[in-house]
Design a protein around this ligand. Structure first.
Ligand code: SF4
Ligand code: SF4
Length: 319
């Protein structure tokens, strides 16, 4: 029983040895045929998922091809098209960083006013734990995770405290390391920019219409013409020129005075309320006509009451 486990382990090792030779034979003409040769002579090796055997890398001459989502130390992106840093020095990454290894100093303009640009940006790579929180929380897609893990130095400080210059990489470098994520981000950013542009255009159009309506109303008020003519907006319709208001008041007063005179009692026009201009025909109606109208109205109401009572009695009988 004791020797059985040892034999089983040796069998597994032997199987790996065999697979390695078989894979090497399958990779003819060379295991380097799919590798990427760098300018300095080093190679980046791919190991396909179908490969069963062990792939021995001659590091540092050879390196394994890293998956896209591999992450090590963050990098700051420089937009080469716009010729500016994407970072706005908002400080969100520094706030969310669990070991607090990010320091940011915001830049200022000539008057000392803070601007949306970092003057200094430091990351202590010896403390960074590659969690990628900074990259995930950055609202401007300005910080992403680098793949470069060959950071060996003799002294931790200051060599492992990276400043803005050391952290900054062009956007193309990020696009090469993270092609899928970069493409998704570019599409999202284009959609957001288009939506913002459409919103700004709609707002500008609404502002222009509002200004035009206000200018039209002001012009109508100044000329004394009816403001509603062609105004096309509620604000313009509500406008009355002073001359127009005076004329309406005068006309209402005259009509009310005439009505009073017909009814037997004359009242001074000046004492009449302005509200009479709203419905002068009510107060101008002869007293006899008003009595007849009131009687007719009363009769109509009585008739409606009677019908309602009948309907209620019928419903009660049916139920
Ligand atoms: S990297 Fe992003 S989250 Fe950090 S300060 Fe710059 S814009 Fe803000
Ligand atoms: S990867 Fe994590 S630990 Fe490193 S700087 Fe970003 S938030 Fe901080």
């Amino acid at each position: 029983m004791f020797g059985k486990g040892i034999l089983k382990g040796l069998g597994i090792t032997l199987g790996h040895l065999r697979d390695t030779f078989v894979d090497d034979r399958k990779d003819v003409p060379s295991r380097y045929q799919d590798s990427i040769k760098l300018e300095d002579g080093r190679r980046i090796m791919r190991q396909p998922g179908s490969q069963e055997g062990l792939l021995t890398l001659q590091y540092p001459e050879e390196k394994r091809l890293l998956p896209e989502r591999f992450r090590y130390i963050p990098m700051l992106l420089f937009d080469t098209e716009k010729n500016e840093d994407r970072c706005t020095a908002c400080g969100i990454c520094a706030k969310v960083c669990p070991p607090q290894c990010i320091w940011i100093v915001r830049d200022t303009d000539a008057n000392g006013k803070p601007v949306t640009r970092p003057a200094e940006f430091y990351i202590d790579a010896a403390v960074c734990m590659s969690c990628s929180f900074c990259a995930e929380f950055c609202p401007f897609d300005a910080i992403r995770m680098n793949h470069d893990y060959e950071l060996a130095v003799y002294d931790r400080y200051p060599q492992l405290v990276y400043d803005k210059v050391e952290l900054t990489v062009p956007l193309e470098y990020y696009a090469a390391l993270w092609p899928t994520q970069f493409a998704e981000e570019q599409q999202r950013r284009a959609e957001e920019e288009a939506a913002e542009k459409a919103k700004a255009e709609a707002k500008a159009k609404a502002e222009a219409e509002k200004k035009a309506a206000a200018a039209l109303a002001a012009a109508a008020a100044a000329s004394g013409a009816p403001a509603s003519a062609g105004a096309g907006s509620e604000g313009a319709k509500a406008q009355r020129s002073p001359a127009e208001v005076e004329a309406m008041k005068k006309m209402a007063a005259e009509r009310a005075a005439a009505a009073k005179a017909r009814a037997g009692g004359a009242a001074p026009a000046a004492e009449l309320p302005v509200e009479s201009a709203v419905a002068p025909e009510v107060s101008a109606a002869p007293a006899g006509d008003s009595d007849a109208e009131a009687a007719a109205k009363k009769a109509r109401i009585e008739e409606m009451k009677r019908k309602a009572q009948e309907a209620a009695a019928r419903r009660k009988a049916e139920s």
